[in-house]
Structure formats: structure tokens, C-alpha cells
Write a protein that binds this ligand. Structure first.
Ligand SMILES: CCCCC/C=C/CC(=O)SCCNC(=O)CCNC(=O)[C@H](O)C(C)(C)COP(=O)(O)OP(=O)(O)OC[C@H]1O[C@@H](n2cnc3c(N)ncnc32)[C@H](O)[C@@H]1OP(=O)(O)O
Length: 390
């Protein structure tokens, strides 16, 4: 039945305000009256083919216009207060007043035509077409209310260069203001990320080590600060092994989904360094003192299942179905009421924010010293000379 098509997927929800209905009437009075009965029937069929749910407000408009076209002005009794759905429908129809049937028919046809064109333009485009411009080291895309930030240096295992830290901060800043509900960080290729690019320590001219260490600590403070302050749900989609800072900041995410191929490695002592990303605080809280020490002090590498058992990872998926399962889950979550989700995130985080910033500052001041140590220099040199791989 046409009506069923017009209001398919109908659920109770906010009906249109009287202002919106007035605007609709105004639009309708401006519309030329040329649609035939055949155009109307074809529009009714088109509604059934829409791929994207147009939302309750539009469905109410369609319903009202359909009723006005087929039955004329509303003259049935108003449904009772508890019959929410029928009351909203009645209100929408009644708001059309004495609008002539021909005008209602024309407006129905115009509305369906607008919906059909936006429906076809909203169909899934290849990722390259949806890529946001302005990033060299990331691929940033937005779809289904999810902004995905993908580290894109697969040949170097997504090791984080200075430019990448900066671009991730920019992408997070933009995502905090866009209309997305959920933000995802993931990696391109076989690794999630091999952590800090050890070349970041190699390009310093002699005599400028202290200055560079200070600049590095400031950059790191700001980078980790962005994760502490990020206002929306943040999800890590760990597609493969993760090392160093890409692991430590996971304690600041809301969900961590991992492929069963992923591993989690924080070899700070081996590198003459110390924990960052607030992990000196979040890891003992998440997994207990003993397990945190094993990772952060002794560099124990965890499998995805071990990390899940210790609370660092939310859920592990088989690698063969990882992307499909995770994205299905995230698309469902992205339909949750956006404001409620963001408020919950902020309530949880606000309790800890001050503490996390203090931990971040302390960790960075220790690291700034560590980067100048012989232990750290030797470990970095040794990585590049391939004398000792971790
Ligand atoms: C602003 C400063 C902030 C600082 C914040 C501090 C953070 C702390 C950390 O993150 S500590 C962790 C640092 N990361 C590492 O120590 C990992 C080093 N890499 C490895 O151990 C290995 O590369 C591997 C185990 C990740 C992968 O080994 P595999 O044998 O599979 O692959 P390759 O070693 O051949 O790697 C392919 C190319 O990628 C380069 N590369 C990988 N990771 C890094 C890295 N972290 N830094 C620099 N370069 C990296 C590697 O050199 C190869 O390059 P090539 O093809 O040119 O040889």
C-alpha cells in the first residue's frame, strides 16, 4: 500500500514544529501545480525504493501530503494523548489546513524527487572519493556518522613522524567539531603502528639535542593532551601489531577492537626510555600493578587475547572477519543518540581529566631527560644499524 511505503520504518519521534509546518505550507504555495495523478503514483513507488531512511520529520511530511492529496483536509477526530504516533501524523496532516489537493500532490512529487536525488548521491563512494584533503600521512574519511583517521605509512609500519603527530592532532581537532558521532583511529597495512619513528631522534644537529628534546616533550604533551580532552567516543581499530606510544595511548580510548593478529608491545626500557601516553597511570588502573609492570618496565609483548584478558582491549576478532565485524558494530553504535553518547563520554572523562594532564606533564618531563641519555641514544643507533632489533 502506498501509505505503508510513505511511512515505512515509521517510529515515534519528534514531530515537526508548527513553524516547520508553516515553512512547508509556504513552500507548497510557491510550487507550480503541474503534477499529474501518474506522477503522484510514480512518486509513491519511488518512496519505497529509497535506500536511506529519510527520518521521521520527512516521513511525517510525506504522510500529511499523501493524506491531503487523497482525502483532502483533515477532518477526523484527534487521536488520544497516548496514541503518540497517530497523534503526530494527525497533527502533520491537520497543519496543512485547506491546502488544495493539487498543491499537495505537486509538493509530494517534489519532495520525493529531492529525496531520490540526495539518496542516490549519498550512496557509498570509493574511499578515495571520500578522502578529506589536507593530510599527507593520514587518510581521513567520514561516513555513517563515523570519522575514520587512518595512519598511512604502511612501508614504515605506520611509524609516527613529527608530521604524523601534528596531522593526527589536526584530524582530531576537526573531528571534534564535525557532525560525526564516533571517531576511529586505525592503521593502513599489516601494522597498526610501530610507535614513534626512531628517526625523530636522529635528525638533530649537534649542540641542539636539549632544545630538540624540549620541543619533543612539548609536542608529545600536546599530542597526548588531545586524546585526554577529546570530547567524543574514540575507538581504536587495531588491525595489526602495535608498539610504543600507539599502545600507551590506548588507555585513553573508549573502545579498543583488535584483530587476533595484533600484538601490544611497549619496549621502553630496551630503548632507554620511560612510559608516556598516561600509561604510568592508566595501565596499573586497567590491568593491575603487576601486569602493568611486566609491560611497561620489562617490555613484555602481549597477544591480542592476553591484552583483552587484562582489560586493555575491549574485544578480539578473527583477522579474516575483523574489518567486517568491527565496522558492522561501529555503524550500529553510530546510530545511538549522539548527544547522550557524548555527554556520557564527557562525564566519565571529566572525573579524571585533571589527573591525566598532571600525569602527562610528569611523564614528558621524565622522557625529555631520557632522550638525552646514553641508554636511549645507543638503543636508537642500534636499531638503525640493525645490530639489535627489538
Ligand atoms: C615527538 C616525539 C614523541 C616521542 C614519543 C615516544 C614514543 C615511544 C615509542 O613509541 S617507543 C617505540 C618505538 N618503536 C620501536 O622501537 C619499533 C622499531 N621497529 C621495529 O622494531 C621493527 O621495525 C618492527 C618490529 C616494528 C617491524 O619489523 P619488521 O622486520 O617486520 O619490519 P622492518 O623492521 O623491516 O620495518 C620496515 C621498515 O619500517 C621501518 N620502521 C619500522 N618501525 C620503525 C620505527 N618505529 N621508526 C623508524 N623506522 C621504522 C624500518 O626501519 C624499515 O625501514 P626500511 O625498509 O627503510 O629498512
Amino acid at each position: 500500500m502506498a501509505l505503508a511505503g510513505a511511512v515505512r520504518c515509521w517510529r515515534p519521534g519528534a514531530g515537526p514544529s508548527s513553524l516547520q509546518m508553516q515553512a512547508l505550507s509556504l513552500h507548497m504555495s510557491k510550487t507550480a501545480m503541474g503534477a499529474s495523478q501518474k506522477d503522484f503514483e510514480s512518486a509513491m513507488n519511488q518512496v519505497k525504493l529509497l535506500k536511506k531512511d529519510p527520518g521521521n520529520e520527512v516521513k511525517l511530511k510525506l504522510y500529511a501530503l499523501y493524506k491531503q492529496t487523497t482525502e483532502g483536509p483533515c477532518n477526523t477526530p484527534r487521536p488520544g494523548v497516548f496514541d503518540l504516533i497517530n497523534k503526530a501524523k494527525w497533527d502533520a496532516w491537520n497543519a496543512l489546513g485547506n491546502l488544495p489537493k493539487e498543491t499537495a500532490r505537486q509538493n509530494y512529487v517534489d519532495l520525493v524527487s529531492d529525496l531520490s536525488s540526495s539518496d542516490s548521491s549519498s550512496q557509498v563512494k570509493p574511499e578515495t572519493d571520500r578522502k578529506q584533503p589536507g593530510y599527507e600521512t593520514l587518510v581521513v574519511t567520514s561516513e555513517d556518522s563515523i570519522t575514520k583517521i587512518m595512519m598511512n605509512r604502511p612501508a614504515k609500519k605506520n611509524a609516527l613522524t613529527i608530521q604524523m603527530y601534528r596531522e593526527i592532532m589536526l584530524a582530531l581537532e576537526a573531528a571534534s567539531k564535525d557532525d560525526s558521532t564516533i571517531i576511529v583511529l586505525t592503521g593502513n597495512g599489516d601494522y597498526y603502528s610501530s610507535g614513534n619513528d626512531l628517526m625523530n631522534f636522529m635528525n638533530t644537529p649537534p649542540g641542539e639535542m636539549e632544545k630538540e628534546a624540549k620541543n619533543g616533550a612539548i609536542l608529545l604533551r600536546d599530542f597526548v593532551g588531545c586524546f585526554i580532552d577529546f570530547p567524543k567516543p574514540l575507538v581504536a581499530v587495531i588491525n595489526g601489531p602495535a608498539v610504543g606510544i600507539s599502545v600507551t595511548i590506548l588507555g585513553l580510548f573508549d573502545l579498543v577492537y583488535a584483530s587476533d593478529r595484533a600484538t601490544f608491545h611497549t619496549p621502553f626500557t630496551h630503548l632507554g626510555q620511560s612510559p608516556e601516553g598516561c600509561s604510568s597511570y592508566t595501565f596499573p588502573k586497567i590491568m593491575g600493578q603487576a601486569k602493568a609492570a611486566e609491560m611497561l618496565m620489562f617490555g613484555k609483548k602481549l597477544t591480542a587475547r592476553e591484552a583483552c584478558a587484562q582489560g586493555l582491549v575491549t574485544e578480539v576478532f578473527p583477522d579474516s572477519t575483523f574489518q567486517k565485524e568491527v565496522w558492522t558494530r561501529l555503524k550500529a553504535y553510530s546510530k545511538l543518540p549522539r548527544n547522550a553518547l557524548h555527554i556520557s563520554k564527557q562525564s566519565i572523562r571529566n572525573l579524571e581529566k585533571e589527573k591525566l594532564h598532571a600525569v602527562n606533564a610528569e611523564e614528558n618531563s621524565v622522557l625529555q631527560e631520557r632522550w638525552l641519555s646514553d641508554e636511549c641514544m645507543n638503543a636508537v643507533m642500534s636499531f638503525f644499524s640493525r645490530k639489535a632489533k627489538l
